[in-house]
Write a protein that binds this ligand. Structure first.
Ligand SMILES: [Zn+2]
Length: 379
């Protein structure tokens, strides 16, 4: 889609600028409690209480999920349909939040065609645009739950985006991997569940995911990980039992490996990484499945680590293979991410429905690069 491509370019160009300029904007993140109300900056003269949090049932609407998603290629069953509550939306000025976190105030970047801001800490720079779910963290796309709003010339973000998307990256403790360093690698599909297939010659996704996992295993072991694969041959394994398998092996991390398809469209391209949606937030992608915002699973105990892991892997893969960035996305419908007892993500390593990408995926050298990128990110 033209808009998305153009928009991403703006974000990434801006991200490059701010990464280059980062030393000028560095600031630590506060671990102290929130600052008292009286220390909050005064609102603009014409703005009433604009600098204060405000809540409003029904302010704005649930952001429309992207409708240009590829067809489902995973045989995940939809979660049980729960009644969808009316969202109670609470918004906070980004300026106030950065003051509470003791980092620099947001910087206005551009007023056209989207009003864009950057916010930086010692860990990196987030670029945000008014009215857009797409943001960029150190040049890698991340999808917000709610579109930033411009209120009295200030950028406001939903409190869940601040807590679940900005704080872990800008101010959160670094991602750690536990003392056991046990990782479960999940080669997608297998047996009668073939996944998608190459547009070039019909070779099956399940073959490529297993090969990726088998290349990754020794690299991780060299780095001190104990590695378990959910399958080591062309066998059928249910998605639910892959989650049980990770719990039974006391995994510190779970990474599911897949390749994508948008057939019959041959133009969709790029990499994407999925993690479980925080409670109260709409998913980036639903693909027609229920998306119960109020659902809280054990997966949600790792919201911050899920995001940190996803961003780290997506960034490492993009750096290694230079494909289009389709971003880190929040989902509830992917069954292998549901009910995990450790940080868990799913990587889509390119499109088998795109001839150029299928050619790469069919090459052992490309799959080795994918494996090396994942291993490097987890060193
Ligand atoms: Zn798949």
């Amino acid at each position: 889609m033209v808009y998305k491509i153009w928009h991403s370019r703006v974000f990434k160009a801006a991200g490059i600028f701010f990464c280059a300029a980062l030393p000028f904007f560095l600031a630590g993140c506060a671990t102290a409690p929130k600052m008292p109300e009286e220390t909050i900056s005064s609102p603009p003269a014409n703005s009433g209480n604009a600098a204060l949090d405000w809540s409003a049932s029904g302010f704005g609407q649930k952001p429309a999920v992207k409708t240009n998603q590829p067809v489902v290629t995973h045989p995940n069953r939809p979660p049980a349909v729960l009644p969808k509550p009316a969202p109670v939306l609470t918004w906070t000025s980004l300026k106030r939040w950065t003051a509470e976190q003791k980092i620099d105030s947001p910087h206005f970047l551009s007023g056209t065609p989207l009003t864009t801001y950057a916010v930086s800490s010692i860990k990196g720079t987030m670029i945000l645009a008014i009215g857009s779910l797409e943001a960029a963290w150190n040049g890698v796309e991340i999808n917000l739950g709610f579109e930033p709003q411009l209120i009295d010339d200030q950028i406001f973000l939903h409190e869940l985006d601040l807590e679940k998307n900005l704080e872990p990256l800008l101010c959160g403790p670094p991602l750690t991997f536990g003392t056991n360093r046990v990782i479960v690698i999940d080669p997608g599909h297998g047996g009668m569940n073939s996944g998608t297939h190459s547009v070039l010659d019909g070779r099956l996704e399940k073959e490529f995911t297993l090969d990726w996992a088998e290349r990754l295993k020794p690299l991780l072991e060299t780095n001190g990980w104990t590695v378990f694969l959910t399958r080591t041959s062309d066998t059928y394994v249910t998605n639910a039992s892959r989650v049980v398998f990770a719990g039974a092996h006391h995994a510190d991390l779970f990474i599911s490996l897949h390749f994508n398809s948008a057939a019959p469209d041959q133009t969709a391209a790029g990499l994407e990484t999925y993690c479980f949606t925080p409670t109260g937030m709409p998913s980036t992608v639903t693909r027609g499945y229920a998306d119960p915002w109020t659902e809280k699973l054990s997966s949600n105990d790792f919201d911050a680590q899920n995001l940190q892991l996803a961003m780290k892997l997506q960034g490492a893969l993009l750096h290694a293979i230079g494909m289009e960035d389709r971003g880190v996305r929040h989902v509830r419908y992917i069954e292998v991410l549901r009910g995990q007892k450790c940080p868990a993500v799913l990587i889509e390593g390119g499109y088998l429905s795109n001839p150029a990408e299928a050619e790469k995926i069919e090459s052992a050298a490309y799959r080795q690069k994918l494996a090396e990128a994942v291993a490097a990110a987890l060193k």
